[in-house]
Ligand binder design. Structure first.
Ligand code: ZN
Length: 274
């Protein structure tokens, strides 16, 4: 099952996507779906107004998560290109919800940063509350998967030892287009890629993750109670712009794909800062 949050005037609506049709579920967003007991059966069966999938205006699939957790340095290929060693614990950092944008929204390139970079990431969405979740129970807490591009302002990220200012820029981070529920999601091996202006920059297999989704859910839940709608971006593979000195420029088209999960397609526009 595919669930999305779409914009409708000034508000949003959760929809189930069935082929070429989107069926409105009667709640404001996918997080509101995941907060219902027995959400899988409810969301699969509920009927409502229908609209064509063509032309949907996607909001971030979870517009206002309680937590957006991100993982740094989690693909062997990316760890090697940054000159680091394979870590013994996940590097966790966070974003604010205000950083999130829809799957096809423009990415504003801020006037203050000349080093805006791409980071394709497989992203876990939590579907069941839990604390201190065992690795072998983690799959019960994962609603499904989506795509994030953890767009990073490298000049700001690297100014200090804390990455926040380069990682949580307002309206920087596409999340979507939809949640594919775990039962329909491909297995651990999926192709993940990022293309900029038709040129492939990143291409990897999610099986190269050092800490896989279950390990990350278990680890993060030591620190936090994970809530329905919480988002965990699992880190990016090799091929980021920082490694080659190339960054996103005005007019760039950035496409982030994961096999079985769709794509985010974003036009980057220099923001004059008005
Ligand atoms: Zn990242």
């Amino acid at each position: 099952m595919k669930l999305a949050t779409i914009r409708d005037g000034a508000s949003t609506k959760a929809v189930r996507i069935d082929g070429a049709e989107a069926i409105e579920l009667g709640v404001v967003d996918v997080q509101a779906v995941l907060e219902r007991d027995g959400w899988q059966d409810w969301a699969a069966g509920v009927d409502g107004p229908r609209r064509p999938v063509d032309g949907l205006d996607y909001a971030p699939v979870i517009p206002r998560p309680d937590k957006v957790l991100c993982v740094g340095l989690n693909y062997r290929s990316h760890i090697l290109e940054t000159g680091n060693e394979v870590p013994s614990h996940p590097t966790l950092f966070s974003k604010f919800a205000s950083a999130l944008i829809g799957a096809n929204d423009e990415v504003p390139l801020p006037p203050e940063s000349g080093k805006v970079d791409w980071e394709a990431e497989l992203t876990v969405v939590i579907g069941k509350r839990g604390r201190r979740i065992a690795v072998d129970q983690a799959h019960d807490h994962i609603a499904g998967y989506t795509i994030m591009n953890d767009v990073s302002m490298r000049d700001f990220q690297m100014r200090t030892t804390q990455w926040l200012q380069g990682k949580s820029w307002e309206r920087s981070t596409p999340l979507g287009p939809w949640l594919v529920t775990a039962d329909e999601s491909p297995g651990p091996s999926r192709e993940i890629s990022c293309e900029v202006n038709g040129e492939q920059k990143q291409k990897a297999d999610t099986a190269d993750l050092v800490f896989d989704p279950a390990a990350l859910v278990a680890y993060a839940s030591i620190v936090h109670t994970l809530e329905p709608g919480d988002v965990i971006a699992t880190g990016t593979p090799g091929g980021v712009g920082m490694a080659s000195g190339q960054f996103l420029e005005d007019g760039a088209v950035m496409i982030t794909r994961i096999a079985g999960l769709g794509e985010c397609r974003n036009l980057c526009r220099r923001d004059r800062g008005s």
